[in-house]
Ligand binder design. Structure first.
Ligand code: MG
Length: 245
């Protein structure tokens, strides 16, 4: 039986790509460059795996990279080859986000959107299951966003960046904290690479088709036998059918 539903935040609950773009734009502006191709940036967002990825998304957007022709390995290689820049950029990104939040929290928050229907689904599921989130985002941004939207996930159930940016480790943390087995967890993420390792632990996983992934990543998930959920209102049915198995 499933006991825990673990959800990713960005690309599953929150559509934060516009916020990411604005924060990156301001970081880059300080360096005397101009980031203006938001559509390209949005495509690059599909490759984000940790806070280090933000540099690659912004820099490759500036370089006019065709993200449709890129794969995850190529993107990850770029980050490895630019480790220092990526680290510096991640720090500048989080500092800039904090400045914007402190300056005018409402204005900053309005840059984020919630995916349609997901709040209702979480409300329903929380009556039967323990709901947790696993995210590479910082705790403060997640918890304040949830307060604003009215998502009743307990602060204790937020497994954020400060604990670990590795989702496999986060699953292990959840198993320990709530005394559950991987088989009793269902994990929904929009990044197939995050699901791959977690699936290997024995967790039931699915890809959020409405999130940040392209057709190549969906095909990759299919090859790994990871189901794709196209709309959030299908989530309940998927979990029900897993429980029957
Ligand atoms: Mg995500």
């Amino acid at each position: 039986m499933m006991k825990v539903i673990a959800l990713d935040v960005d690309g599953v609950i929150l559509d934060s790509v516009h916020e990411n773009f604005i924060v990156c734009q301001k970081v880059i502006e300080k360096k005397g460059r101009k980031l203006d191709d938001e559509n390209r940036f949005r495509k690059g967002r599909n490759f984000l795996r940790s806070s280090l990825s933000m540099y690659g998304i912004a820099e490759l957007t500036l370089q006019g990279k065709d993200f449709d022709k890129m794969n995850q390995e190529e993107f990850d290689k770029f980050i490895v080859e630019h480790k220092n820049e990526s680290r510096q950029f991640a720090n500048a990104f989080h500092a800039m986000r904090k400045i914007l939040q402190d300056k005018d929290y409402d204005k900053w928050f309005a840059l984020n959107k919630i995916f349609p229907g997901i709040k209702n689904v979480i409300d329903k599921l929380s009556k039967k299951f323990l709901i947790v989130v696993i995210s590479t985002k910082d705790f403060h941004s997640i918890s304040t966003a949830f307060d604003r939207i009215g998502i009743g996930i307990k602060k204790d159930n937020i497994f954020s960046k400060e604990i670990s940016e590795n989702k496999v480790d986060q699953i292990k943390n959840i198993c320990n904290k709530f005394a559950v087995k991987p088989e009793e967890i269902f994990f929904l993420d929009d990044q197939p690479k995050h699901l791959e390792g977690v699936k290997f632990l024995g967790v039931n996983v699915a890809l959020a088709g409405w999130g940040y992934n392209n057709y190549m990543q969906k095909a990759y998930a299919k090859r790994l036998g990871i189901p794709i959920i196209d709309k959030s209102d299908e989530l309940e049915e998927v979990i029900k059918s897993l429980n029957k198995k």
